[in-house]
Design a binder for this molecule. Structure first.
Ligand SMILES: *Cc1c(COP(=O)(O)O)cnc(C)c1O
Length: 364
């Protein structure tokens, strides 16, 4: 045993999930979203495991450059685009596809004198109010993009959904309708149409009309359900990351004694408390609540007391055979990260992205 705590990455599950997503959107290509270190799963290794994806999407230029440096030759989309001539030059050099959502980016492109071909995704804001041209500004942006003197320019269009994870909310239908209307108002219908991209994971799994030519799943690739009430396995998705740790010791705590900082948990009976190597220094939220399940030997036990920097405590009273050196699962196979996120009043995205630098990723 070398590592007390590690994030096991099931690359077969990654590939399986890509296949599952393809089955949900058989008419679409898949732009695999691997920003933020592939949601904590490892940027380069995830890209290599997902070599069958049609393209990759990242948020920042440096993420794309890291992929190219690792030999990834597939198309890479910069979801936020570029913000200086220097960034544009670098992006063009690496052949990145650029999202264009702000007039500044059109200006940079108009001043750009590169020889590389460029593929641009013009983003329309259909209600998210984050990035994108408002529908009334789209035709103007499109005209400027078409007038660019860039070799082999290819234009595509995209939007992003704000509430696709809420199945009964009408906003997704409204956004898709606004997107389609904006395109047809700009004359991009029939023979003039451009390739489109709409759905994230929730849009891909939950809304047939929200696919477009390219779906953009992130979370679902990692085997996590984007819908609050619905488990990932219902969609045939398998968890990719298992955060596995080690029992450091098991101690007797007498009734009435407290465990950990601030005495935040008091034993109501004589108890056995396992101390595990996982804490907020590894990315566990400090406010994980008492009762959060931890999996040891296939059974669930409740977290007790405060999360420390390097350790948590778990009530294993009555369980035989739990001892120092044993393994425990904080989330992953058998214990969905969606469930843990609820106990921390957050979303699985934040837990996965928050796994800290100290935690080694081990490919399986
Ligand atoms: C992060 C992101 C996605 C992926 O979202 P998931 O909910 O993880 O599937 C798709 N599109 C854009 C623009 C994003 O920023």
């Amino acid at each position: 045993m070398i590592r007390l705590l590690r994030a096991l990455i099931d690359t077969a599950a990654l590939r399986h999930n890509l296949g599952t997503i393809r089955a949900f959107a058989p008419g679409s290509k898949v732009m695999a979203v691997i920003k933020a270190n592939a949601y904590g799963h490892g940027l380069v290794s995830t890209a290599l495991a997902l070599a069958d994806a049609d393209s990759f999407a990242v948020a920042r230029l440096e993420e794309g450059m890291a992929l190219r440096a690792a030999g990834v030759r597939a198309p890479i989309v910069l979801l936020e685009g570029v913000f200086s001539a220097e960034q544009l030059g670098e992006a063009a050099h690496h052949g990145f596809e650029l999202v264009v959502h702000d007039p500044l980016q059109l200006k940079l492109l108009e001043a750009h004198r590169g020889a590389e071909r460029l593929r641009l995704w013009i983003k329309i804001d259909t209600g998210m109010n984050r990035l994108g041209f408002r529908p009334e500004a789209f035709a103007g942006a499109l005209d400027r993009a078409r007038a660019l003197t860039v070799p082999a320019l290819e234009l595509r269009v995209m939007t992003h959904l704000a509430r696709a994870d809420e199945p009964d909310v009408i906003m997704t239908c409204d956004q898709v309708a606004r997107f389609e209307r904006t395109l047809s108002d700009a004359g991009l219908a029939g023979g003039q149409r451009l390739a489109t991209s709409i759905g994230n994971s929730a849009g891909t799994l939950g809304h047939r009309r929200a696919h477009g030519d390219w779906v953009r799943p992130g979370l679902a690739l990692y085997g996590v359900s984007p819908f609050a009430g619905e488990p990932a396995e219902k969609f045939g998705l398998r968890p990719v990351m298992t955060l596995e740790t080690t029992v450091l010791t098991v101690r007797d705590v007498k009734r009435g004694e407290t465990v950990g900082y601030a005495g935040a948990w008091r034993a109501e009976r004589d108890s056995s408390i396992a101390i595990l190597a996982a804490g907020y220094g590894d990315g566990l939220p400090r406010h994980l609540e008492n009762g959060t399940p931890v999996l040891i030997g296939g059974a669930r036990f409740p977290l007790v007391g405060r999360v420390s920097m390097d350790m948590i405590a778990v009530d294993v009273t009555g369980a035989a055979r739990i001892a120092a050196g044993g393994k425990a699962i904080v989330w992953g196979a058998g214990l969905p990260v969606e469930e843990i996120a609820k106990h921390a009043d957050t979303i699985p995205y934040e837990l996965l992205c928050g796994v800290s630098q100290r935690v080694p990723l081990e490919l399986q």
